[in-house]
Structure formats: C-alpha cells, structure tokens
Write a protein that binds this ligand. Structure first.
Ligand code: ATP
Length: 240
C-alpha cells in the first residue's frame, strides 16, 4: 500500500492581481520523503511554498496536512502543527546572535526539554553554529547563515520542512556542504520539500521530484527519471 500523504495539495492557485503565479498545482509529500520542487526563476516555486505556509493567500484549491484541511490556517498555526520553512534569502536576524536566532526558531515549542534536546542535536549537526554561538548572525558567511536558517526552522521540531533555495548564492564547495547536510537530515528521516534551481544536486538527494514552469507542473515522478531525462531538463531548466 502507498503510505498516506503527509502534505497534500489539490488544485492550488495563487494569484497576485492579474499575475497567475501558481495555476492549479496538485502534489503530495509522504512521510520520510525528500521531494524536490524544481523550476527556473519565476516558475512559481516560492509562491507555492509561501501559500502552503499561509503567508500568501490561496486563490483556490486545498492544502491538507496530516489528513486535516489547513488551507485557511495561519502561518503560526502551521508552525505549531509541524510545518517548518527556511525561506529564500535566509532571513536570519543579522543583529541578533546565533543563539538568539535559534531561540526565536524554538519559540513555538512550549516544552523546554524538547527545546534543549533540539538545540543540542542541531548544534552537533551544525558544529559551526556552536563555534559562533554568541556571534552576531550578520558576521557569519553565506553558507553559515544558510545553516543557521535551516537549524532555526528545525528548532521548532517540525514534521516537514520546506527549504527554499538553500544553495542560492553559495560557492560550489559550500553548496556541497549544504547538500550533505540535507542528506543527513534525510537519513534522520525528516520529511523535506526542497525548492531548488540547482537541479542536479537536488535530484541526487531527492526521492521524487516535481518540475514547475510558468505556474504549472510539467513533470512529476522519480527523481532518478527526471535526472536521466535530458529533454525535460534542457527544455525547462536550460540544463543537460
Ligand atoms: P524565484 O526562484 O525567482 O523565487 P519562483 O519559481 O520562486 O522564482 P515566484 O517567486 O513564486 O517564482 O514567482 C512566480 C511569479 O509571480 C513571477 O512571475 C513573479 O514575478 C510573480 N510574483 C511573485 N511575487 C509577487 C508579488 N508579491 N506580487 C506580484 N507578482 C509576484
């Protein structure tokens, strides 16, 4: 039997006035999966995950999480239910320390023991953050800030995380490090929706993939199949 979807979108549309950013997208993410959401600039990827999170309104369609209709739930409610997001451009608080950024990420978690356990766990996984614990986040390098953004969203103990372009603007060797960390999170059985323009790396770590272009899905299936399809990749991503 197919396991039930953890996150399930049915015919989701997002419009900004006359701009149809997302046009009837249906997708699902099952527990323990890494699902890549690929597509070029402007495809609608960020709009889609912002809509899942509830930070931009859904024009029509439904979002279900753990069997519940959460289409109209607020971002705060979604965080509490277990949806985490590491936004594009990182959005860390530059004037706060690493420790303070992490504490903010954990603020929705009421249980102190769980907060402490998560902090311990993620400082082990991201040792650079332990080293820089009392430094202002703005003094960190791009790759370190990305690690902070990811671990900040993990601090709330989410059941699924949506990572929006974690490799954007990073040097190749740092990109490798970020994808290694994603592989570690996958090995720890975290469920991940990974938005990327870096298709090859994303497909190497993903189980399944969706390819988005001009607000619509153009492919869904096994990541390995998309990786091997030079036609799709060159047509929609300008790759291969
Ligand atoms: P990127 O990788 O550049 O973020 P994307 O695939 O995430 O691309 P979106 O950012 O979701 O794409 O953009 C989809 C479309 O919606 C684009 O045409 C974009 O110009 C438009 N758009 C995005 N945000 C807004 C907004 N706040 N108001 C109006 N149009 C917007």
């Amino acid at each position: 039997d197919e396991p039930e979807a953890m996150l399930e979108l049915d015919s989701v549309r997002v419009e900004y006035g006359a701009v149809k950013a997302v046009q009837s997208v249906s997708l699902d993410v099952r527990e323990g999966e890494v699902v890549a959401l690929l597509g070029p600039n402007g495809a609608g990827k960020t709009s889609l995950i912002s809509a899942i999170m509830g930070v931009v309104p859904i024009t029509s369609g439904t979002v279900r999480f753990l069997g519940r209709d959460v289409t109209l739930a607020s971002p705060e409610e979604k965080v509490r239910m277990g949806i985490g997001i590491s936004p594009e451009g990182r959005r860390i608080f530059a004037n706060l320390t690493v420790a303070e950024n992490l504490r903010l990420g954990a603020s929705s978690q009421p249980d102190k023991a769980i907060r402490e356990r998560n902090q311990h766990r993620y400082l082990e996984m991201f040792p650079i953050l332990k080293e820089r614990f009392h430094q202002k986040a703005g003094t960190l390098s791009g790759g370190e800030q990305q690690q902070l953004a990811i671990s900040r969203c993990l601090m709330a103990g989410p059941k699924i995380v949506m990572l929006d372009e974690p490799s954007l603007g990073l040097a190749p060797v740092i990109v490798e490090r970020i994808f290694d960390l994603i592989a570690e999170l996958k090995a720890a059985r975290l469920t991940i929706l990974l938005v990327e323009q870096n298709a090859n790396e994303a497909l190497a770590v993903a189980d399944r993939a969706y390819l988005m272009h001009s607000g619509r899905l153009r492919f869904e299936g096994e990541a390995s199949r998309l990786r091997e399809s030079e036609d799709l990749m060159s047509h929609y991503m300008g790759l291969a």
